[in-house]
Design a protein around this ligand. Structure first.
Ligand SMILES: NC(=O)c1ccc[n+]([C@@H]2O[C@H](COP(=O)([O-])OP(=O)(O)OC[C@H]3O[C@@H](n4cnc5c(N)ncnc54)[C@H](O)[C@@H]3O)[C@@H](O)[C@H]2O)c1
Ligand SMILES: [Zn+2]
Length: 402
């Protein structure tokens, strides 16, 4: 079977120090009435007046809405859509971490088609272009600046929900590593390990054979185009994460580039079972997305290794750790522990009694389950969870080889 490749990047990606100087020209291409979606903290930072000034210098009429709240609760998203609508923006700039960029995507969708947003939960439910979005990330990072996904918290649902559609891909991503300076160490660690997880999961995702096998899927599994970005992302992120927490300039640059590459990889390859498990675990424990994913990743890698032998070895090599699954699992575990990610689910308040519910809810997320390299059923999910509760991923690797 020939190797297939799928890539759906934004029309424009600008990367590098001072890339933000181009924001005016990039934005007014879409119109002069612009809304910036951000959060309260960044609205008070020195970056924001500069962004506004750059846009106004290009002739834009700018409104700032600081409506992003942690984990994007639906009421805050709807309030932002109403406020943005009054300005009737021709373009929405998402300025901040994943929360602000996801909010910009939801505002672009809500303004174009109205509420409720629940009409578009899931995959491929949006049927036409939204208002254009320009993403300016300040964390490294969720990759949201290049992905077709927005994630929010609907109080009526047990878990966070996603809206995934090619129409949600930003028209432009303006990635200036300088904007990530000053992100607190915890935010840097969680966003950075999430980026590593995007790259590792994209690289090891199930491979599909032939276009019929891909069907109408948005996330098609690992492929020859996503592989290039995934491996390069791992090479960049591995040695840079700790330095970025200390605000070192070169490390911040590597992380910004690595998270962008990881985003490009998982935007089509998709993620797998660590992300599926974090949906219910995040809801039950209130832990940040990156913390949970970083904790779970070595365990899911160990479980999956026998179905992605070559890819897991390549992860080890990209991390300069060796050339087999044991080295890969050990290196990811060490990296995640070194930046303060807890080592076990019991440390974040998960109890043994919660495990069956977590397994059942994670298995409901078919898009991620079907993308996992090793088929996973309830028994498999429980095995991963039992080890993640208070065990060692290297022992799970040995057990999974039997
Ligand atoms: N759409 C996607 O593809 C995708 C992928 C992964 C995660 N996500 C979502 O992204 C969100 C997490 O995003 P995140 O980790 O980037 O964090 P975030 O947007 O939640 O921000 C976390 C905190 O860091 C602060 N911050 C951000 N940049 C800063 C800077 N440069 N200096 C100082 N403070 C700064 C913010 O103000 C905020 O208080 C979650 O809601 C998650 O579900 C989306
Ligand atoms: Zn993630």
């Amino acid at each position: 079977m020939p190797d297939l490749g799928v890539l759906r990047p934004p029309a424009t990606i600008l990367f590098g120090t001072e890339a933000v100087l181009n924001i005016g020209a990039v934005a007014v291409e879409h119109g002069r009435r612009i809304v910036i979606c951000t959060d309260q903290h960044l609205a008070g930072s020195a970056h924001l007046p500069r962004l506004v000034q750059l846009l106004e210098a290009a002739g834009a009429d700018v409104r700032v809405i600081a409506g992003a709240e942690p984990e994007l609760p639906l009421p805050a998203v709807e309030a932002t859509i109403s406020a943005a609508k009054r300005h009737d923006p021709q373009c929405i700039v998402g300025f901040g971490g994943g929360s602000c960029i996801d909010l910009a995507k939801l505002v672009a969708l809500g303004i174009r088609f109205g509420l409720p947003l629940s009409r578009w939960y899931g995959e491929n439910a949006v049927s036409a272009a939204t208002r254009p979005v320009i993403a300016v990330p300040t964390t490294a990072g969720t990759g949201s600046e290049v992905t077709p996904v927005a994630v929010l918290t609907d109080p009526g649902r047990a878990m966070k929900v996603g809206i995934s559609s090619p129409y949600l891909i930003p028209r432009a991503a303006v990635c200036d590593p300088d904007l990530t300076h000053g992100a607190p160490p915890e935010v840097t660690a969680y966003a950075g390990i999430d980026a590593l997880a995007h790259a590792v999961e994209a690289h090891c995702a199930r491979r599909r054979h032939g276009w019929n096998d891909i069907g109408g899927r948005l996330f098609v599994g690992r492929n020859v185009l996503s592989d290039v970005f995934a491996l390069q992302a791992i090479r960049l992120i591995g040695p840079a994460l700790a330095g970025a927490m200390g605000d070192r300039v070169e490390a911040r640059e590597s992380m910004a580039r690595g998270s962008l590459f990881a985003g490009l990889a998982f935007a089509t390859a998709g993620t797998t079972f660590a992300h599926a498990l974090q949906y219910p675990i995040g809801a039950l424990t209130g832990t940040p997305h990156g913390l949970g994913v970083g904790l779970l990743l070595p365990f899911t890698m160990a479980f999956n290794a026998r179905a992605s032998v070559k890819q897991t070895a390549e992860v080890a090599d990209a991390l300069n750790a060796g050339d087999d699954a044991r080295a890969a699992v050990g290196a990811v575990r060490k990296l995640s522990r070194s930046v303060g990610i807890p080592g076990s689910l019991s440390e974040i308040g998960v109890t043994r009694a919660m495990l069956p519910t977590i397994a059942d809810r994670a298995l409901e997320i078919r898009r991620l389950v079907e993308n996992n390299p090793r088929p996973i059923d309830r028994a498999g999910a429980m095995t991963v969870l039992e080890y993640a509760l208070d065990g060692d991923p290297v022992e799970l690797l040995a057990e999974s080889r039997k």
